[in-house]
Design a protein around this ligand. Sequence first.
Ligand code: FES
Length: 601
Amino acid sequence: MTEPAPSSPPAAPRNPFLPRLRRLGAARNLRLASGLVMTLFVATHLLNHALGLISLETLEAGRVVFLGFWRGTPAGPIFLASVLVHVALAFHAIYRRRGWRMPPAEAAQLLLGIAIPPLLVIHILGTAVSARVHGTDDTYAYVLLALWTYDPMVTLRQAAATLVVWGHACIGMHYWLRLKSWYGRARPGLYAGALLLPVFSLLGFVTAGREVAALNEAPGWREDLLAAVNAPAREDLEFFLAVEQWTLAGLGAVLAAVLVARAIRLGAARRRNRVSVRYPGGREVRIAPGTSILEASRANGIPHASVCGGRNRCSTCRVRINEGREALPPPSPEERRVLDRIGVPPDVRLACQLRPGSAVSVTPLLPPNVGPSDGLREAKTMQGEERTIAVLFADIRGFTGLAETKLPYDVVFVLNRYFRSMGEAIEAAGGRVDKFIGDGIMALFGIDTPPATGAAQALAAAKGMAEALRDLNELLESDLPQPLRIGIGIHMGPAIVGEMGYAEAVSVTAVGDTVNTASRLESMSKEFAAQLVVSSDVAAEAGADLSAWRSEAVRVRGRREPLALFIVDDAGDLPPPTARPRPAAAGAGGRESSRRRHSWR
Ligand code: FES
């Protein structure tokens, strides 16, 4: 007798949108690759223009190198294919759009992209196409002669084309790079380069144009040049103008057809069964099957984080599925990859990838205004996790008296200056300002780093705050009846760290005894008439020798043993930390912080 075949495991619900999602992933990669090729072309083209600042001769020499590469093999065919693919994908993206609500940068990129063909088609026809069809040697002297002497409007159009194309490319690059860990550090340099390149390019263009205009004064120079470059005849130029009109009309017709097809598709989807999506607070929207949760949020004006613009890269759009999870299609491999990277539980999905076919209730997990750094951070933090962190509390001494003697405007002014100085000191040390409470501040250290680093950062922050306060008091000397004084308390230990709050007031914070004790130490700083009270746990973890300061052992609620403290009259007198190299991987925190690390060891 043969044994019965083992029954196969129950099949996972099939994702009807999986093939489509795979195609979208491939389309995104193609769009990025083609965009990179074109950005490289434009950047090198602008660099070539900038050589006009040296001389027309240098400009022409640069052109030989530029064209040798971009009209050669394989760069020439790759560039042409990139242009065609990028344009086709742009139409595809417009067809796929469900609504026109989008972040301003995305809208600017779209509008700049649409403006490119009217500005650039005639330039391409007059240079690359003329070179291939008529054998024209489209030197800079020839092109500048045409631009500077025939029609000033064409010159302006060419200058506008430079800015439009470069702006479109820069926004695309920004969207791509903003999720890279190094981007924050490189951004000032990249921004400066992105601004200077078109400026130098236009200056080179103008300088060389004036040189050509001067040469054109010489009798016979122009005729000799046109003959030497085999310039197209008048009827050829008229033909190019006609081709420009046909090309633009053709692109306009394709765009109109895409918009009509999109309207038909959305209309059909609207007539199909609607799917209910419920949000926290009881808000319910109805969407067509195939609409993503992020699209539903955007179409209905519900604030929803989406740092990468729905490109399945940042994970900031993630939502918890409260109801209806069983009937949802499983994540595509691309979504799965991102979810695995951030380590979320099974009830969390990416809103930009999840296209429910039946009623669902969701809770967005990140506040709508998160930045790129919040994206691929491990999600365990967001869900709640016990971590050993350092907690700092600070408070202004006697602020109530100050508030009573000042106008409300002055109080707000002083407080904002104070918060800015203290916040900058905390962040410079590597900490995170958790919240401002009245005139108090709570800050966390070591959320993404090992405890020793967090402890060292907290002490560095206290020193930085004391120094910043000295500067602030000097600055506000004439505005304050007496200098601001603060009390700081720092303690460390295990705390529950996670996202807490409601709706838009959700943020990563910490709760637990460690937090309460740190707050208590800040209160004690007043009793001890000192600026800083820090537990010996912090000093030991940071490797800081604070034996030169007073020490006390106090009873703190919730602890059996007395807590040993150091009492520091002026936190600015703490020894400066020494920077130490970052270890290859973070310990308790998992993903390594990009912030500074400090140590007294
Ligand atoms: S918006 Fe970035 S992954 Fe969804």
